[in-house]
Design a protein around this ligand. Structure first.
Ligand code: PLP
Length: 356
């Protein structure tokens, strides 16, 4: 199969920002990818065009009913000048998982991968050099049909934009303080928690604001039914090392299927470190912290890779983890995963895909 993506290059390239001090997701490259969908015709007209505003009817369904999904992944420049993407086919798989849940038509995975490849290559000069930097890739789908009726849209746009990002940890990897949320919930079984869809994030802002006011950087979500079982942290999956075993909540329909999460589980198994995917209650965690068995905790996601947790606030009680310092295993996982992503250490799972 040949995939023909039309290319219109910019005639006025932008100045590239200095990566130092660059705020995440604030600058975008010179080009973007667009693919249209029309009912009866399917997905059509893949193209790369200069980065620009898009024009939509105010009645476009995405504005009213939130029929939209997104992805997030990164491209990296290696020391020897190659370009790598980290497990992009997993992101495309999840893109279609989210599409399916939101009644959005499936996108050909080969076309999506080819779009990522060509867009990253066209804007490859935008991939920052230097420790910890990368090009963040944001694919997304929006419902564009202009009609105020609650039904799946008959028109969509799939787009990809790119944003150069600075090192996540400018001064080394530092533990964060997390607030265990007991008033609000993020998702319930049968809902859209496992889809990367806008509403999940809008619904989480209120809790996030409350946590920020109290000096915490993110919230830890408990399950929406029992308000008891741990789900995830902000927009990261979460892991706890309890008495030598690494425990992460099992995927239950309301937890996002993190690709970093999956990579961490595979690495731990590869290293023969016991890892369990299971239900974990906040009571069990509190008990483990009290008895000194909670050795490490960390969140995982594309943006930060590993984010160590130094403190959990559960109903006013402060559970300090590893004296508030980054644990040995957290640091080792961070070094290994970022090393694989940057092509600096052996990649036993062939996770890095060279873009050329
Ligand atoms: C994107 C995301 C994650 C992390 O997924 P990765 O594939 O590891 O980046 C975890 N939780 C939520 C809610 C997310 O949106």
């Amino acid at each position: 199969m040949t995939i023909d993506i039309k290319i219109e290059k910019t005639t006025s390239p932008k100045a590239k920002p200095a990566t130092e001090g660059l705020v995440f997701g604030s600058k975008f490259t010179d080009h973007m990818f667009i693919l249209d969908y029309d009912h009866g015709q399917g997905w059509h007209d893949p193209r790369i065009v200069p980065y620009q505003n898009i024009s939509m009817d105010p009645a476009a369904k995405v504005f009213h009913y939130g029929q939209t999904i997104f992805e997030g992944l990164k491209a990296y420049l290696t020391e020897d000048g190659r370009i790598l993407m980290f497990r992009p086919t997993k992101n495309i798989e999840r893109l279609n998982l989210s599409n399916e849940r939101l009644s959005i038509p499936e996108i050909d995975p080969e076309l999506a991968l080819e779009a990522l490849r060509q867009l990253v290559l066209i804007d490859k000069e935008w991939i920052p050099e230097g420790e910890g930097t990368s090009l963040y890739i944001r694919p997304f789908v929006i419902a564009t049909e202009a009609a105020l009726g609650v039904a799946p849209s008959l028109q969509y746009k799939f787009m990809i934009i790119l944003s150069p990002v600075a090192a996540y940890y400018a001064e080394g990897i530092n533990p964060v303080k997390i607030y265990v949320e007991s008033k609000y919930v993020r998702a319930v079984p049968g809902g859209v928690g496992m889809a990367k869809t806008a509403g999940n994030y809008a619904a989480g802002l209120k809790a996030q604001e409350g946590a920020t006011e109290l000096g915490y950087s993110q919230v830890l979500w408990l399950d929406g039914v029992h308000r008891k079982y741990i789900e995830e942290v902000g927009s990261m999956n979460v892991f706890f090392k309890i008495d030598g075993t690494v425990v992460t909540p099992a995927l239950n329909g309301s937890i996002l299927h993190g690709i970093t999460r999956d990579s961490i589980i595979q690495l731990l198994k590869h290293w023969d470190i016991p890892v369990e995917e299971r239900q974990l209650s906040i009571d069990e965690l509190e008990e483990a912290a009290r008895s000194g068995k909670l050795e490490e905790a960390f969140g995982t996601g594309t943006a930060a890779v590993i984010s160590p947790i130094g403190e959990l606030n559960w109903q006013g009680e402060k559970l300090i983890i590893n004296e508030g310092k980054t644990g040995e295993l957290s640091a080792k996982l961070y070094e290994t995963l970022t090393g694989i992503q940057k092509g600096a250490v052996e990649d036993p799972f062939s996770w890095a895909l060279e873009v050329k």
